[in-house]
Ligand binder design. Structure first.
Ligand SMILES: *[C@@H]1O[C@H](CO)[C@@H](O)[C@H](O)[C@H]1NC(C)=O
Ligand SMILES: *[C@@H]1O[C@H](CO)[C@@H](O)[C@H](O)[C@H]1NC(C)=O
Ligand SMILES: CC(=O)N[C@H]1CO[C@H](CO)[C@@H](O)[C@@H]1O
Length: 205
């Protein structure tokens, strides 16, 4: 793993690692903004302030991705609609968030569970016109997590990448970006993340 990636991971309480299967034209600066769709309303956002909006927060319910009620679903549509004002803008969907351990460990604990979760995610990304997916699991192995979370998380990234690339070719779209929000606290990094494993499935866009 090169020093640049290492540095980025250390800075990662605020930065996401970009993972794309195709080299993209890079903007000079990535301004990645987390955004909770409830407030302020999407139509109030200035669409040129951020290069990437990471909209959330969705949750994992019974092993599948869950955007919430109809009101929130409408807000997600309005958020991806912002791309009409700024075609350069990328809008990603995030799952999890602060204190949201719920559902990840079970959803990622077997190949069949991961496939189910990934398929539900790809269907949502497509339907809502998102450009990518961000996973903000705070944190693998932490609290009620099991030690297998650490390797299951890597399996998830690998399988998401494989399935999403395949699916994208099928529907003739670019593969979704995949980003991960991680902790900056050393003991969480040590217990929760296989950093070389993560880096293997990611490239910096
Ligand atoms: C949006 O932000 C840009 C960059 O700061 C600024 O130039 C522009 O005036 C803002 N647009 C609106 C409508 O506030
Ligand atoms: C798969 O997910 C279900 C809940 O959706 C859970 O009951 C089951 O234990 C999970 N499988 C594994 C191996 O954890
Ligand atoms: C494949 C895998 O990681 N299985 C684990 C699922 O979770 C249980 C504990 O809840 C572990 O014992 C398994 O090893």
């Amino acid at each position: 793993m090169n020093a640049f990636i290492k540095l980025l991971i250390l800075l990662c309480s605020t930065i996401s690692i970009f993972c794309s299967t195709q080299p993209k034209e890079k903007p000079d600066l990535l301004r990645v903004c987390y955004y909770t769709v409830d407030n302020p309303a999407p139509i109030l956002l200035n669409t040129t302030l951020c290069t990437h909006i990471i909209a959330g927060f969705s949750v994992v319910t019974n092993g599948v991705l869950d955007l919430g009620n109809d009101y929130k679903k409408k807000l997600y549509f309005q958020t991806t609609d912002l791309k009409k004002n700024n075609p350069e803008l990328k809008v990603l969907l995030t799952v999890g968030g602060g204190g949201s351990n719920g559902g990840f460990s079970e959803a990622l604990n077997s190949t069949s569970n991961r496939t189910k979760f990934i398929i539900s995610t790809l269907a949502t990304l497509g339907k809502y016109n998102f450009d990518g997916f961000d996973i903000d699991w705070e944190f693998p192995v932490w609290n009620d997590g099991i030690k297998e979370d650490k390797s299951n998380f890597i399996s998830f990234l690998k399988e998401f990448r494989a399935l999403s690339t395949f699916y994208a070719h099928l529907v003739g779209k670019p593969p979704p970006l995949l980003t991960v929000a991680v902790a900056a606290v050393q003991n969480i990094i040590t217990s929760s993340y296989d950093i070389p494993g993560m880096a293997k499935y990611e490239t910096i866009a």
